[in-house]
Design a protein around this ligand. Sequence first.
Ligand code: ADP
Ligand code: MG
Length: 284
Amino acid sequence: MTKETLPPGTTSGTPQVLLAHHLKQLKLPTVLREYDKVARECARDGVDHPRYLLRLVELELIDRERRTVERRIRAARFPAVKSFDTFDFTAIPSLNKMLVLELARCGYILRRENIIALGNSGTGKTHVALALGLAACQKGFSVAFTTAASLVSQLLEARDEKRLLRLQRELQAVKLLIVDELGYVPLSPTGAELLFEVFSQRYERGSTIVTSNLPFEDWTSVLGSERLTGALLDRLTHHVSILAMNGDSYRLRQSAGRRRATAAAEQNQATADGVDPDTGEITA
Ligand code: ADP
Ligand code: MG
């Protein structure tokens, strides 16, 4: 065949080379990688052409979904990837496990509702926020993770560089915005205003998760003004699930557990050596 008689968009060459080229252009990398292997399996098993094609297309779809989820997770900028598989609900009895597992199904994102996790340090607030963020990525929602301090400094920087509007639009567009650690750093009046604007612009448009070590009555100490705090809480808590996460610090408990284990091991060793572990007297 000469080049002129080929249908538009095709070029001459061996079929494998052309196929590789076209599949790349069509963005079907899994079909390209698998078509030969699957063809041999189908020939061996006597599978017909439509089923061969179906297998290939299904492989591409599965891979594409996996790639999309991975891209969403990277775009979310999680400081670590954590899930509920590694979360021990018995360590934090104040937390309503049923509510959290229901939230992990992401219905609240479709309803544009918010979540606020409140509790002292080390009780798993960030872990839960990360796990909810991961669940949202897996369910197909765009997610952005940030801390309150980092968000405010990004907003201030964007304002100074005259690109505040663009950043605000980006923050508004994401389906789930996670703002971790509101409360550790007091905000400047401008910083507090800009943070308020983010929550205000997302109100009933998208979901926001906020974690804080401070009860609501102390939020004024971070945001500066009582009027602003009232207006912010008004928007944030209109449609909200509150996660009460007060309890022992998981971090401290883990290290206390390690200390106890070490002490017990030393005691066992002393007893084995014939020494009373409390008095130090020789017992053997
Ligand atoms: P917070 O944000 O409330 O200060 P983190 O979520 O950062 O607490 O928790 C501190 C550390 O302890 C993290 O490594 C977290 O994964 C772990 N952790 C906290 N609570 C639990 C829990 N209930 N089960 C498993 N790991 C936990
Ligand atoms: Mg935290």
